[in-house]
Design a protein around this ligand. Structure first.
Ligand code: XMP
Length: 513
């Protein structure tokens, strides 16, 4: 395995993604947790030092553990990682002098071909992405320069005999087009064979689950989302009927969704599934509530109570399965440390295991989202299921601003189904991160046939995004929007007006509440 020492770069996770794409297993650990003893027990086959926001020239700034340099394994330093490598090995890093560089730059070769740059410079130079204030002004003994850019004379340096490589730019970002090639060259020379595949992972995870759980019982909250579905199927493969899943149906799901989940997991996968239809309870407690945070708190609280009630009915359960992913468990390096503002309280089951005295099984803890999808395919989940847009825990409640009523929910469900059908028919579904309809808390006047109508207005939303943190409105054509409006108004009773939400995130959020 490969160790990534994180110095706090915004893009450290991308390094891990690039390596995983090469089927190399790697882990990210913060620099302040990686000391000589850690290095020894982790025994990495290669190490990558990430970028970071600090300055090597500042006293007390982060360093790589000294033992790293005598470990005898290949080391690749990136940006801050490059600078600390130079400084620690006897070179010099300086601040300022007008050599800061942010954005696109071009690197040209300066010496013999370096193995990590195999496949580079076909056109004599290569585009890279720079983001640095400091720069190396003297390279460490034993190192040679292999690539240079106008503002970074030491853009690529290396001591090939010791397998130390250092680059000033960021090979992990999209704007360094040959970056993936650089990583591939690096892992190849470090002796990785690329055997971290989802096929291998499946076997390994099943064995690990069997060992952890033994003959005990496991319960799992199945939502029908990709993470909890893959978790449940994987555990079911490992221990069969020792697993019971509870599907809490809060009555805020999309058209036909509850039936689909039940059919798929009971009939196709033969899973022990309790369909906890508690829609009356949830909708009852939500009656008259229109404040968004109150809605979220009510749903989150009830979810835990309901899950607990059903789980308590499963005698002898000792484990709780959760679909925790790797990005949730990576310890981050925080330099600011300030509290961040709560925009929305997210729906999850945090705190449940302690409350119920259960031990955790989290078979996806080492995986990124893309890998969970690949594992899902490996486990036979249909492609249409795996590629579904994200759906929030509080469901349609947060797509129904104002008071929630069954009438509004029915209208919303039908309109959303027509809208998604339109998107699928036009082959746009996979280009969009998330699309849904919301029902607005107002009625407006319209005219249909010769009569006056006074009905609900809908908002349609569709955004592109990479991680849900920021989003852009999807640019549908007017024809598409017009056709969709006509279909919704013709097919769904109770709607006479349709808006298209053109707000990006920020300033809007993706959901309406
Ligand atoms: P916002 O509305 O905050 O949404 O821009 C960003 C992404 O998160 C989803 N979302 C949730 N997911 N529980 C979830 O599991 C929640 O409470 C929740 N609220 C928002 C939202 O659908 C979008 O993908």
């Amino acid at each position: 395995r490969l160790l990534i020492i994180d110095f706090g770069s915004q893009v450290t996770q991308l390094i891990a993604r690039r390596l995983r794409e090469l089927n190399v297993y790697c882990e990210i650990h913060p620099y302040n947790k990686v000391d000589d003893a850690f290095l020894q027990s982790f025994a990495p086959k290669a190490v990558i030092l990430s970028g970071g926001p600090d300055s090597v020239t500042r006293a007390g700034s982060p360093r790589a553990p000294e033992a790293l340099w005598s470990q005898g394994v290949p080391v690749l330093g990136i940006c801050y990682g490059q600078q600390t490598m130079m400084q620690q090995l006897g070179g010099l890093v300086e601040h300022g002098h007008g050599t800061a560089e942010f954005g696109r730059a071009f690197v040209t070769p300066t010496a013999d071909q370096l193995s990590i740059l195999d496949g580079w410079f076909a056109d004599g130079r290569e585009q890279v992405w720079m983001s640095h204030g400091d720069h190396v002004s003297k390279i460490a003994p034993g190192f040679q320069v292999y690539g240079t850019s106008p503002n970074a004379p030491f853009a690529v340096t290396a001591d090939p005999a010791r397998h130390f490589y250092a680059v000033q730019f960021h090979p992990e970002v999209h704007h360094t087009p040959k970056g993936a090639q650089l990583y591939e060259n690096f892992v190849k020379l470090a002796g990785f064979s690329g055997d971290w595949t989802m096929d291998a992972y499946r076997e390994q995870a099943i064995a690990a689950i069997r060992q952890r759980v033994g003959d005990k019982k496991v319960i799992c909250a199945l939502s029908g989302g990709v993470d909890s579905s893959v978790t449940a199927i994987l555990i079911h493969e490992a221990i069969g009927d020792q697993l019971t899943c509870v599907f809490v149906d809060h009555g805020l799901l999309r058209l036909g969704e509850a039936e689909q989940v039940v059919a798929m997991f009971r009939d196709n996968y033969n899973l022990n599934l309790i369909h906890a239809d508690e829609s009356e309870l949830f909708l009852g407690k939500l009656q008259g509530v229109s404040d968004p945070e109150t809605k979220r708190k009510i749903i989150g609280g009830l979810f835990i109570d309901v899950f607990q009630k059903y789980a308590n009915g499963i005698e002898g359960a000792e484990f709780l399965a959760q679909g925790t992913l790797y990005p949730d468990v990576i310890e981050s390096v925080s330099f600011s440390g300030g509290p961040s503002v709560t925009i929305k309280s997210h729906h999850n089951v945090g705190g449940l295991p302690e409350k119920m005295g259960l031990k955790l099984v989290e078979p996806l803890r080492e995986l990124f989202k893309d890998e969970v999808r690949a594992l899902g395919r490996e486990l036979g989940l249909p492609a249409s299921f795996i590629g579904r847009h994200p759906f929030p825990g509080p469901g349609l409640a947060i797509r129904c601003p104002g008071e929630i009523t069954t009438e509004k929910l029915d209208i919303l469900r039908q309109a959303d189904a027509v809208y998604i059908d339109q998107i699928r028919k036009h082959g746009l579904y996979d280009e969009i991160w998330q699309a849904f309809a919301a029902i607005l808390p107002m009625k407006t006047v319209g005219v249909m046939g010769d009569g006056r109508t006074y009905d609900y207005a809908l908002a349609l939303r569709a955004v592109t995004s990479v991680d849900g943190m920021t989003a852009d409105t999807y640019p549908f054509t007017h024809d598409f929007l017009g056709e969709t409006m006509t279909r919704i108004i013709n097919e769904v009773k109770g709607v006479n007006r349709v808006f298209y939400d053109i707000t990006s995130k920020p300033p809007g959020t993706i959901e309406l509440e």
